[in-house]
Design a protein around this ligand. Structure first.
Ligand code: DC
Length: 212
């Protein structure tokens, strides 16, 4: 069965974990669209270009291959911040959105997560989830994640970083982070991953029953 699940939300809201679990459970293809913006930023950083150079960012976006996104390299902290900066350029978004739509359309059912999936990339998705959690909870999760991999970080610095990225992602003119009118809101602040997954499953199963 072909179903598209669109998952949006701010950084560290838990949307990626949820998206992966749903994709596994329903045997759907999965695309983390944040990686596409990260890949553009990473190219610019590697090539020594300026993050303000829109033409270079568009050129980098055109060269992105969705089949070749290296999560390990792209998960670096500096890349995340740079990604939210190149994500304000409308032409970069147009190029990446086209690739993301192609992925959704050629897959036999797909889960995509990002900031504008329900509103722009897949407005016709059968299920839309908008995943949120308080900035403090998200910073705590990020900190534990870094520490569990042997790294060290400062809670206040992470919190400031998360707030700065939220502001940029919700405040930009083109495709800002916001819930689609028909999105289900999932606040994971007080939820375990398992509870969030079960709640999301409820929405997906209901949509499947309604559609087939
Ligand atoms: O989800 P993430 O943290 O990997 O995303 C990195 C940045 O990319 C995010 O701060 C904003 C941008 N982004 C976007 O503008 N639209 C998307 N669909 C996904 C990510």
């Amino acid at each position: 069965m072909s179903i598209t699940i669109a998952i949006d939300g701010p950084a560290a809201s838990g949307k990626g974990t949820l998206a992966r679990r749903l994709a596994d459970y329903y045997h759907l293809a999965y695309l983390d669209t944040g990686l596409t913006y990260r890949a553009v930023a990473h190219r610019l950083l590697e090539e020594g270009g300026s993050l303000e150079d829109e033409a270079a960012a568009v050129d980098a976006a055109r060269r992105i291959d969705l089949g070749n996104l290296n999560r390990g390299v792209l998960s670096a902290h500096a890349v995340a911040d740079a990604a939210s900066r190149v994500a304000v350029f409308p032409e970069v978004r147009r190029v990446l959105v086209e690739k993301q739509r192609e992925f959704a359309e050629r897959s036999e059912g797909a889960v995509l997560d990002g900031r504008d999936i329900g509103t722009v990339v897949c407005p016709g998705a059968e299920v839309k989830l908008f995943v949120i959690a308080s900035p403090e909870v998200r910073a705590g999760r990020r900190l534990r994640d870094i520490e569990s991999r042997g790294g060290r970080a400062d809670f206040d610095a992470i919190l400031a970083d998360i707030k700065r990225r939220d502001e940029r992602d919700t405040g930009r003119a083109d495709s800002p982070l916001r819930p689609a009118a028909d999105a289900h809101l999932l606040d994971t602040s007080e939820m375990t991953i398992e509870a969030a997954f079960q709640a999301a499953r409820g929405f997906v199963d209901a949509a499947m029953d309604a559609n087939y």
